[in-house]
Design a protein around this ligand. Structure first.
Ligand SMILES: NC(=O)c1ccc[n+]([C@@H]2O[C@H](COP(=O)([O-])OP(=O)(O)OC[C@H]3O[C@@H](n4cnc5c(N)ncnc54)[C@H](OP(=O)(O)O)[C@@H]3O)[C@@H](O)[C@H]2O)c1
Length: 323
C-alpha cells in the first residue's frame, strides 16, 4: 500500500509517499481501505518533528479518515467487510489502508460522501468531548471559540448554535468573520483590532471558552469568563508558558482545563466516538451541522495540502483523497 511518511523533519517537501506492506487487523481492530483523510495542524507539527505519534502507533501521518472495511480482526462485532465508516486515528490516515481499534470507527452520517465524512472525525470528537463532555455547555449559555474559521472553529460554531448557545468567535479577516456569522456566530471578533474581553464583557461573559492559543490568551481568556465559566485549552498556537491570575480565577469560581485527544487510551476514544455518533451525527444527517471542505488534494499532492495548511488561508478542512 502507498502511505505518507516524514522520514526527516522539515517543511511540506519532507513528506514522502512510500510503499509499505499491506495491513492485517490485530485483535479488536478493523482494517479500512481508506477513501480520504484530512489535514490537521498536529500533522504539520509531526512533519516538523515536534509531535511524534503515541507509543505503538504507526509513523504514517493522519489523525482521521473515511473508507470501506477491508478486514475485521478477532473479537470485533458490529462491523463487516464492505461497510463504510469514518474513524478517529492516533496516526496512519494518509495511506491506502489503516488499522484502527473498532471502537474508533463511526458510521458515515446519512447523506454524506466519503470525502465529506473524512473531514469530520477529528473536529467532531474534539469539539464534542471538550465543549460538551468536559465543559458541559448548556443551551442558553454563552460560548466563545477562538479561530472560528478553522476546522475546529467552523464545526464548533455550528454545533453550539444548533444546540441553543449564544456563540462568539474570533477570526482574522472580514471574509472569515462573515463566514463565522453565516454559520451561526452572533458576533465574530477581529482578533487583530478588537478586544474580545470587552465584547464578551458586554455579553455577560463566556460560560465556556474553547481556546487554540494557549499562553498568549490565558490571562485574557480568564478575564472573558463569566462566573463559574470553564476555559478549555486545546491548542498552543500562542505558546506554552503563561501566567495565571489565580485571584481572578478564584473570584469567578472558574476552571481552566487542558486536554489532548490523540494520546488518550483507546477505551476513552471509543467512548467519545460513541457519544459523537449518538449526539452529533443526527444533526449532521439533518444538515444542521455541515462538513466544511475548503480544498481536496490527491495523496501525491500531500505537500501542497500541507503548504496550504501552513499558510493559514483556508477555512474549514483540507481533505486528502486516497483512492
Ligand atoms: N487538543 C486536542 O485534542 C486538539 C485536537 C484538534 C485540534 N487541536 C488544536 O486546535 C487548534 C485548531 O485546530 P484546527 O484544525 O481548527 O486548525 P486550523 O484549521 O489551522 O485553524 C487554526 C485557527 O487559528 C486561528 N488563529 C490564528 N491566530 C489567532 C489568534 N491570534 N487569535 C485567534 N485565533 C487565531 C486561525 O484564525 P484565522 O484563520 O482567522 O487567522 C484559524 O482559525 C489547533 O491549535 C490544533 O492543534 C487540538
Amino acid at each position: 500500500m502507498r502511505a505518507v511518511l516524514a522520514p526527516e523533519p522539515g517543511g511540506p517537501d519532507a513528506l514522502v509517499v512510500t510503499e509499505l506492506p499491506d495491513l492485517e487487523p490485530g485483535p479488536g481492530e478493523v482494517v479500512l481501505d481508506v477513501a480520504a483523510s484530512a489535514i490537521n495542524r498536529a500533522d504539520t507539527l509531526q512533519r516538523m518533528g515536534f509531535y511524534p505519534p503515541p507509543p505503538g502507533a504507526t509513523d504514517v501521518l493522519g489523525l482521521e479518515c473515511s473508507g470501506t472495511v477491508r478486514a475485521v480482526g478477532e473479537d470485533v462485532t458490529g462491523w463487516a467487510v464492505g461497510d463504510q465508516a469514518c474513524a478517529l486515528l492516533a496516526s496512519g490516515g494518509y495511506a491506502e489502508q489503516v488499522a484502527v481499534p473498532a471502537g474508533q470507527l463511526m458510521p458515515v452520517p446519512a447523506g454524506l460522501s466519503l470525502i465529506e465524512a473524512a473531514a469530520l472525525p477529528e473536529v467532531a470528537c474534539t469539539v464534542w468531548s471538550n465543549v460538551y463532555m468536559v465543559a458541559n455547555l448548556q443551551p442558553g449559555e454563552t460560548f466563545l471559540v477562538h479561530g472560528g474559521a478553522g476546522g475546529i472553529g467552523t464545526f464548533a460554531i455550528q454545533l453550539a448554535a444548533t444546540l441553543g448557545s449564544r456563540v462568539f468567535t474570533t477570526a482574522g479577516t472580514p471574509e472569515k468573520r462573515a463566514l463565522c456569522e453565516s454559520l451561526g456566530a452572533e458576533r465574530a471578533i477581529d482578533y487583530r483590532e478588537e478586544d474580545f474581553v470587552a465584547v464578551l464583557g458586554e455579553a455577560g461573559g463566556a460560560d465556556v471558552i474553547l481556546d487554540n492559543m494557549g499562553a498568549k490568551y490565558l490571562d485574557r481568556n480568564v478575564q472573558a469568563l463569566a462566573t463559574s465559566g470553564r476555559l478549555v485549552i486545546i491548542g498552543m498556537q500562542g505558546g506554552v508558558r503563561g501566567e495565571l491570575d489565580i485571584a481572578r480565577l478564584l473570584a469567578k469560581r472558574g476552571a481552566v482545563i487542558a486536554t489532548s485527544l490523540r494520546a488518550r487510551p483507546a477505551a476513552e476514544k471509543a467512548a467519545v466516538c460513541r457519544a459523537v455518533a449518538e449526539h452529533v451525527w443526527p444533526l449532521v444527517a439533518e444538515g444542521k451541522v455541515k462538513p466544511m471542505v475548503h480544498a481536496e488534494f490527491g495523496l501525491d499532492e500531500v505537500s501542497q495540502a500541507h503548504t496550504l495548511m501552513d499558510a493559514g488561508d483556508h477555512t474549514g478542512k483540507i481533505v486528502l483523497r486516497v483512492d
